[in-house]
Design a protein around this ligand. Structure first.
Ligand code: NAD
Ligand code: GLY
Length: 355
């Protein structure tokens, strides 16, 4: 078992990583203040893990909310189901919400916790690789709007993140690759040693070798926790965690939420960011190609959908949260392991990347 910390003063919290944590009451009890708990999950994860968590939470009054699975349901209507259940079950301000599932469940449950009675406690129990290395850490919560991804939400930190690595055994391969996209992202933005390690360990990661995956999760969470501790509300450096996401969010919105997995869109988006960084002459073509090969080796797409045109990207990227005063800022690489958020790029390089 490994324990890390997200250091945010009185909002600091632990990230615990290990096998079988779902069955250990000690993973949860220190982070639950009252007697009421509401576990939110989806109808794919529920048959796999909900009963086990219920058994672990013996002694608490446990409500469960099972939402429909998928990105297409990350919206107001589905969110309302959580509030309906909390009110029907007369949950008070000492209740604790538990997000059991992937990033969709984590983001929605966190947002529900931020809003219910103006804020109640919640615990993240991420069960996809992507949510274990990214979405469960850092307190970004929210839902999609048809016009833009994650456009409605709040910064709201959990009491704890409990990562049971055993849950990955039931994860479809496509979802494993999606998680690897965010893991590769950390190497690209902050840690070239990690990037080299990922090149060597990719076969073991794809096989979900327990020790290798645990190490990748821990290293990813460490990098994310450090960036979040520097800039919790994304006034500056935190935006580097969005490498590939401006292009990726446009792909997700264009294709219809849920058609491309978030991690797949980030994979193709990172390729575009690498190509653009190379066009800027900030990284070499050889370095860009090497990283694109790593993204391909993780089983991720390396190009946007052929149906997407430059105009589609420009229209969809105009609502990106990094747009300031009408100017689109992009996360690009000044060198491998060093990402910047910048509006100072060549527009012809952007157009060549999109076209
Ligand atoms: P997801 O929540 O849709 O989960 C992917 C699929 O895996 C779903 O079908 C789910 O039911 C299933 N699943 C979950 N755990 C499983 C398990 N152990 N075994 C079998 N199936 C399982 O998607 P995701 O990739 O986890 O998360 C993507 C979401 O996270 C997006 O909405 C994205 O915007 C968000 N996100 C948020 C942040 C953040 O900082 N808050 C960061 C990155 C991504
Ligand atoms: N996934 C981007 C962030 O947490 O800031």
């Amino acid at each position: 078992m490994q324990q890390l910390s997200v250091d945010l003063g009185d909002r600091s919290y632990p990230i615990t990583i290990g096998a079988g944590l779902l069955d250990q009451a000690a993973s949860f009890t220190p982070h639950i203040v009252g007697k009421q708990v509401c576990v939110v999950t989806d109808d794919t994860v529920a048959p796999l893990y909900l009963e086990r968590l219920r058994e672990t939470l013996v002694g608490y009054r446990v409500e469960t909310v099972v939402l429909p699975t998928g990105e297409a349901f990350k919206n107001w209507l589905t969110l309302q189901q959580i509030f309906d259940a909390l009110l029907a079950g007369r949950h008070d301000r000492r209740t604790t919400l538990i997000a059991l599932g992937g990033g969709v469940i984590g983001d929605m449950t966190g947002f529900a916790a931020a809003c219910y009675q103006r804020g109640v406690n919640f615990i993240q129990v991420p069960t996809t690789l992507l949510s274990q290395v990214d979405s469960s850490v850092g307190g970004k919560t929210g839902i999609n709007h048809p016009a833009g991804k994650n456009m409605i939400g709040a910064f709201y930190q959990p009491q704890a993140v409990v990562i049971d690595t055993d849950t990955l055994q039931t994860l479809p391969r496509r979802e494993v690759s999606a998680g690897l996209a965010e893991i590769i992202k950390y190497g690209l933005i902050r840690d070239t040693d990690f990037l080299l390690w990922l090149e060597q360990q990719m076969p073991a990661l794809l096989e979900l070798d327990a020790q290798t995956v645990t190490e990748a999760i821990a290293r990813s969470c460490q990098i994310k926790a450090a960036v979040v501790a520097e800039d919790e509300r994304e006034g500056g450096v935190r935006a580097i965690l969005n490498l590939g996401h401006t292009f990726g969010h446009a792909i997700e919105a264009h294709q219809g939420y849920g058609q491309w997995l978030h991690g797949e869109a980030v994979g193709a988006g990172m390729v575009m960011a690498l190509q653009m960084s190379a066009r800027q002459r900030w990284i070499s073509d050889a370095d860009a190609e090497r990283c694109i090969s790593l993204i391909a080796a993780a089983g991720l797409p390396t190009a946007p959908p052929p149906t997407m045109q430059e105009d589609d990207f420009m229209r969809l990227m105009a609502v990106d949260k990094k747009v300031l005063d009408g100017q689109l800022r992009l996360v690009l690489l000044k060198q491998l392991g060093h990402a910047v958020v910048t509006a100072d790029y060549d527009v012809t390089a952007l157009r060549a990347t999109l076209g």
